[in-house]
Ligand binder design. Structure first.
Ligand SMILES: NC(=O)c1ccc[n+]([C@@H]2O[C@H](COP(=O)([O-])OP(=O)(O)OC[C@H]3O[C@@H](n4cnc5c(N)ncnc54)[C@H](OP(=O)(O)O)[C@@H]3O)[C@@H](O)[C@H]2O)c1
Length: 204
């Protein structure tokens, strides 16, 4: 069972812009982090749309969808994504949402369920592992959630899609000395006009 995380990040290390709100999930100035994804054929397919670009970026997105058997995310990511994802969210797997605010499980079309977990990151990960079969569990974000899993060295593989943009301000992922696993082994580097895709394994 591999625990992955797969994020879009700016050249200067931000995963969202400033002032993230429900109306502006990517934050002010955060558009370049996400706009390259929206015309990928694999992403459009998961949104119930046709067309889009069939390129290497689209293949990498499809690779993630195919490899992922369950997802863990924070309540902020859920709350800011809920409306956008609609009735047929792109995950098509069980999703476990870390929260302090209990809510009944939501069953969506296409195989996505959202289960709200109030007893911590280990419980969410264990529940995700129990249903992921032989596929990966992905810690989808946001920063607060991922930092907790990194601090406990619970991530095996990290893929960063570095977009060629400088945000200057926003939500940082990597912060705090001593909070991060130390050793990383490079697995893959791929460059496209849209992003540089960097994949690493944390050495346990
Ligand atoms: N660039 C990318 O690829 C990428 C990917 C994903 C997300 N994002 C961005 O990340 C941002 C959201 O990140 P974020 O750091 O603000 O928030 P987050 O990690 O998505 O959610 C944080 C919230 O989750 C709940 N939570 C987290 N850990 C918990 C725990 N151990 N126990 C119980 N509840 C817990 C709490 O919610 P409550 O207390 O309210 O219940 C907390 O306020 C969004 O802007 C999104 O666009 C970017």
């Amino acid at each position: 069972m591999t625990v992955t995380s797969d994020l879009a990040i700016s050249l200067d290390g931000y995963i969202a812009g400033t002032d993230v709100t429900l109306d502006n999930p990517g934050g002010h100035g955060g558009e370049p982090l996400f706009e390259w994804i929206h015309n990928l054929a694999s992403w459009r397919e998961r949104q119930g749309m046709t067309g889009g670009e069939e390129n290497r970026d689209s293949e990498l997105m499809r690779e993630w969808f195919d490899a992922t058997g369950a997802v863990v995310m924070g309540r902020m990511m859920y709350d800011t994504g809920e409306e956008f994802w609609g009735d047929n969210p792109p995950f098509r797997t069980p999703v476990f949402v870390l929260t302090h605010r209990p809510r009944p499980t939501l069953v969506k079309e296409g195989g996505t369920t959202f289960t709200f977990v109030t007893d911590g990151i280990h419980s969410a990960l264990d529940r995700a592992k129990a249903v992921a079969g032989n596929r990966n569990v992905d810690i989808a974000g946001g920063a607060s959630t991922l930092r907790q899993y990194l601090a406990e060295d619970l991530i095996d593989e990290l893929q960063l899609h570095v977009v060629p943009a400088l945000l200057g301000a926003g939500l940082r992922l990597f912060e705090g000395p001593g909070q991060l696993p130390r050793l990383v082994e490079p697995l893959r580097v791929e460059e496209t006009p849209l992003a540089t895709h960097l994949k690493y394994r944390f050495v346990k």
